[in-house]
Design a protein around this ligand. Sequence first.
Ligand code: THU
Length: 145
Amino acid sequence: MSPEALLDKAREAASHAYAPYSQFPVGCALLLDDGRVVTGCNVENASYGLTMCAERGAVSRMIIDGDREPASSDATGAAATGRPRIVAAAIAGLKAAPCYPCGACRQVLHEFDCERIVVENNETKKPVVIDFAEILPHAFGPNDL
Ligand code: THU
């Protein structure tokens, strides 16, 4: 799938956001190594700190909809096996571009070897593709345990 198409999926997901407090709808579309595309949007809460970002919503959905073996089979104590791999994560904020993933979401995306992100150029509205290592250098992940 092209960066343009993935970013479009993120924009579409953002239109589902529940963001009554910030009025800042965000959507995320994950392209997985098996070709699946999984989307998420931010879901806010009256207890503000419980807000779920679009990226982490998409990751939850990726796991729930996935067909991995039960978690116990990959509890090796070392690098988790059988985990889905994220080829690219597109993020779209309907109120601001580019919308980069927050720090917490960067760490969660790294868990699944996210290779690159796609954000929107503010002027051209075209996708900008960025290597994940650029936004989370020296990351700690499953391979470091
Ligand atoms: N938000 C995301 O969904 N993803 C990000 O990476 C940045 C922030 C959401 C959280 C909150 O609902 C709103 O944007 C404003 O922070």
